[in-house]
Design a protein around this ligand. Structure first.
Ligand code: FEO
Length: 404
């Protein structure tokens, strides 16, 4: 895609990655984009770069607007590979440029490149850079989501360059929220936001709330939020801020997601009567078979629902490997404000349900015990027990949901 002006003399010069489907293990069925921005001012300033295999794309976009050798400043808000691995190629075209980056960013950058001859200045929250008619304000956002992360606020244009925060993994010809919503839907955009938040930002809810409060205390007027992935928020930037606050505050849908795997369909046969019991209590329910579903989608659905039931057959006295993988991924994301339970089947010794509860306890979630188990194959009585288990779990989900 060609460069696009987002405000007078401020351009998106990034790249759309239509083909990516595996973003460091996170499934990206809708692709992604690497957004970076160029400001034409007395000092031409580039904000962020792109993934290494899109270096030529952003360089062409930059060249369509300005001579790269005239770039005076390069702001690096985040040093993860998808944003800096083209920096050396771009920097070779900008001999007069100074790089502005956080102290932790500089420490990381040295692991990527030989920076001994680069002019690098470190910045911290509150530091500003005058580039002519405009002033840039730097705001560190450590652990959102890397130690080096920061945002850059363009004061005169009221634009917040937010790096990963408020982004989405979505390739689109639309660059702005209003363009996307007009052609697609707000629900599709919100789903992409939740997917990204669940898989990348879930551990950082408290930090997100604090950082948004800090931005509000600084009194920043924001017309545009321009993240480094996906759609730029210009129609209603408060919408994405409020959506983030809702997620950080534990809001979710009043739904139960049943996430399971199965060997000889016994655990699978338990899911339908459980789901029926949940449904009959007036709670929405969704069933996900893990072996048929990428982890990142299962985690998104976990995040969107208030309650989760995990079902597993017993294999070698423990849970099924896909369930163990899912719980390991989930534990790393430090989920909060969700109510959970477990069910499963076994032939002789059992062990899966016990192991699932042990993992839940390590996560500190609201736990409903005991779970429900069947031996070998669900009998008609077991099916009735599953139905009642679903009903009872749904009642507890409804009660728990009132706290949020
Ligand atoms: Fe888009 Fe944390 O990199």
């Amino acid at each position: 895609m060609k460069a696009i002006e987002i405000k007078p003399d401020i351009y998106w010069v990034g790249a759309i990655d239509w083909a990516i489907r595996d973003f460091h293990g996170y499934l990206t069925p809708n692709g992604s984009s690497y957004n970076n921005y160029l400001i034409l001012d007395e000092q031409i300033t580039l904000l962020d770069t792109v993934k290494y295999n899109f270096a030529d794309v952003t360089i062409d976009n930059i060249k369509s607007i300005a001579d790269p050798s005239k770039i005076k400043n390069i702001i690096i808000n985040h040093i993860e590979n998808d944003h800096v691995t083209s920096l050396d190629k771009i920097f070779s075209l900008t001999p007069n440029a100074t790089i502005y980056i956080t102290e932790r960013g500089k420490k990381g950058l040295v692991r990527f490149f030989d920076i001994s001859k680069w002019d690098i200045r470190t910045v911290k929250t509150g530091d500003t850079l005058n580039i002519g008619k405009r002033n840039l304000l730097f705001i560190e956002t450590p652990m959102l989501h890397w130690p080096d992360s920061m945002m850059t606020y363009i004061k005169e244009d009221r634009i917040l360059i937010s790096q990963d925060a408020f982004g989405q993994h979505m390739a689109s010809s639309a660059r702005f929220d209003d363009e996307f919503i007009n052609c697609s839907s707000i629900s599709e955009l919100e789903d992409a936001v939740k997917d990204y938040y669940a898989n990348i930002l879930m551990p950082f809810g408290a930090l997100i709330k604090n950082k948004i409060e800090e931005l509000q205390k600084l009194g920043l007027q924001i017309d545009i939020i321009a993240p480094d992935h996906g759609i730029i928020w210009r129609k209603d930037p408060m919408k994405i801020i409020n959506l983030y606050l809702d997620m950080a505050n534990g809001k979710s849908d009043m739904r139960v997601v049943i996430i399971y795997d199965t060997m000889w369909q016994s655990t699978e046969q338990m899911t339908l009567p459980i789901a029926q019991g949940i449904r009959d209590e007036g709670v929405d329910v969704k069933i996900i078979k893990l072996r048929a579903t990428p982890l990142s989608i299962a985690v998104k659905e976990f995040w969107k629902a208030r309650g989760c039931l995990v079902g597993s057959p017993t294999l070698n006295n423990s849970m099924f490997p896909t369930i163990a993988e899912f719980l390991s991924y989930l534990k790393g994301l430090r989920p909060k404000n969700r109510i959970v339970g477990a069910f499963g089947s076994y032939g002789w010794g059992g062990g899966a349900v016990k192991d699932i509860y042990e993992e839940f306890k390590k996560m500190g979630l609201e736990i409903i015990e005991p779970g429900i188990q069947v031996v070998y194959k669900p009998s008609p009585e077991d099916i009735d027990r599953c139905y009642e288990f679903g009903k009872d779990f749904a009642k507890k989900v409804k009660a728990y949901h009132t706290q949020f």
